[in-house]
Design a protein around this ligand. Structure first.
Ligand SMILES: *Cc1c(COP(=O)(O)O)cnc(C)c1O
Length: 426
């Protein structure tokens, strides 16, 4: 499989090159040159396959011959070494819990898959790769955990100072080894802009920079797996399936829409956002006008200019409104929903999952007859401040969080691009 740049279809790269460089030299996101089609037989018998077998089937055509099948099988099995439970929250409404991995956020899957691919590609080469990543909260932790101690790879993470939760911050700053955390006075979009600038900086061309944001195909594509897992569990119900995705940078939902494109029968997608509503407004007005990023309780989605939206447009173009509905919800609604889910449904959600649930309910109210799934993208313990206050409870701290909270925070403060550049030149 080859990939082209969305800015210029003549710029092409192999899976390996796209995974190593992250973004095309003209700043375009990579997109697969052709859309594979899965066997009907596989989809019809999906319940007979394990999670790892399903994932291998889905990802193989995108990787092509860049990684031998037995290696890729190992990578997929290691990536998926935890559970993805589907919980019935109320009649016809399910939560697909994606937070049972090492950093308790769904981004673990993409980060683990990508780190293992890069490790395979750099084995036996002596050039170091530096992963440069901007995080609104969870990406950094998942990437740090996914790449910790991987030989030949350094990780530099930029995060907006004071705008990530305490758990998230420790997951970025307490690991050490090949992980460096840069604390930026600014927003996530500022962090993302600095990363983009570094990729274009000629003075840094001797540093092998790559990104581990969902713009990197090796992080983006494995997120398709979740949608297959949901379908596998709900297929027997024989009803139309709608999946609601709490969305920030729109990588996760874009992977789900790719899964549909290659043959997974999902009827409709909901992109549920917080107050950062660029896409819901676009779906109404056809005008794409990002505004200043707004801070919310679902901070991993505080993104006003979602990178992956161009990929969604490439996938579905004019027919997008048949595939996707998008809603925005504010923090008041999010808190009310956390409470409602806890008291009426006996389900403890996190603010991101609550936004997903809100989007799903809104759609199902107007469109009866569906089975609905919302993605629960982080463990509630990652956002204890808002949840504990709203519900008047204490969330027990799981083991993998406890150990990181006992570590020591180490970060380097930077305030502008020059600060970043100095560190990368070292
Ligand atoms: C990153 C993140 C999201 C948003 O995912 P995108 O792929 O950026 O749309 C939602 N919830 C949580 C908990 C996240 O960490």
């Amino acid at each position: 499989m080859r990939y082209y740049s969305l800015n210029n279809h003549d710029i092409k790269a192999s899976f390996k090159e796209a995974a190593i460089t992250g973004i095309a030299r003209d700043k375009g996101l990579y997109f697969p040159e052709s859309i594979p089609h899965l066997d009907k037989d596989f989809i019809e018998n999906i319940e007979t396959y394990s999670h790892a077998e399903i994932a291998l089937k889905a990802i193989t055509p995108f990787v092509g011959d860049a990684i031998p099948q037995d290696e890729l099988k190992k990578i997929v099995e290691e990536t998926l070494s935890f559970d993805f439970p589907l919980i019935e929250v109320e009649k016809d409404v399910y939560s697909l819990e994606l937070f049972h991995g090492p950093t308790m956020a769904f981004k673990d899957v993409g980060a683990r898959f990508m780190s293992r691919c890069l490790n395979y590609f750099t084995k036996g080469e002596n050039k170091k790769i530096t992963i440069l990543v901007a995080t609104s909260g969870d990406t950094g932790g998942a990437v740090a955990s996914g790449f910790l101690g991987v030989e030949g790879i350094d990780v530099v993470i930029l995060y907006p100072s004071g705008k990530v939760s305490a758990v998230q911050e420790m997951q970025l700053t307490a690991l050490g080894q090949n992980i460096t955390a840069l604390e930026v006075s600014g927003t996530f979009d500022d962090c993302q802009d600095m990363v983009k600038q570094a990729f274009l900086d000629d003075e840094l061309k001797d540093v092998s920079l790559t990104s581990a944001n969902s713009i990197n195909i090796a992080r983006w594509l494995p997120q398709m797996f979740y949608y297959f897992f949901a379908y596998k569990e709900l297929k027997a119900k024989g009803k139309l399936l709608v999946i609601s995705v709490p969305s920030g940078n729109f990588g996760n939902i874009c992977a789900g829409m790719m899964a549909k494109k290659i043959g997974l029968p999902i009827s409709h997608f909901i992109a549920a956002t917080n107050a950062n509503d660029t896409v819901p407004r676009f779906m109404q007005t056809h005008e794409y006008t990002p505004q200043k990023t707004i801070e919310t309780l679902s901070n991993a989605m505080d993104v006003s200019n979602p990178s992956n939206f161009v990929r969604i447009l490439e996938l579905f173009g004019e027919s997008l409104k048949d595939e996707l509905t998008s809603y925005s919800f504010n923090d008041t609604q999010t808190l009310e929903t956390l409470k409602k889910l806890y008291t009426e449904n006996n389900y403890l959600a996190d603010p991101h999952g609550a936004v997903g649930y809100l989007g799903l309910k809104q759609f199902m109210q107007d469109n009866p007859g569906y089975t609905g799934v919302f993605l629960e993208t982080a463990h509630p313990v990652k956002f204890p401040e808002s949840i504990e206050k709203a519900l008047d409870i204490t969330i027990p701290v799981p083991e993998q969080i406890k150990s990181v909270m006992e570590g020591e925070k180490k970060s380097v403060k930077i305030s502008d691009y020059n600060g970043l550049k100095e560190i990368l030149k070292k």
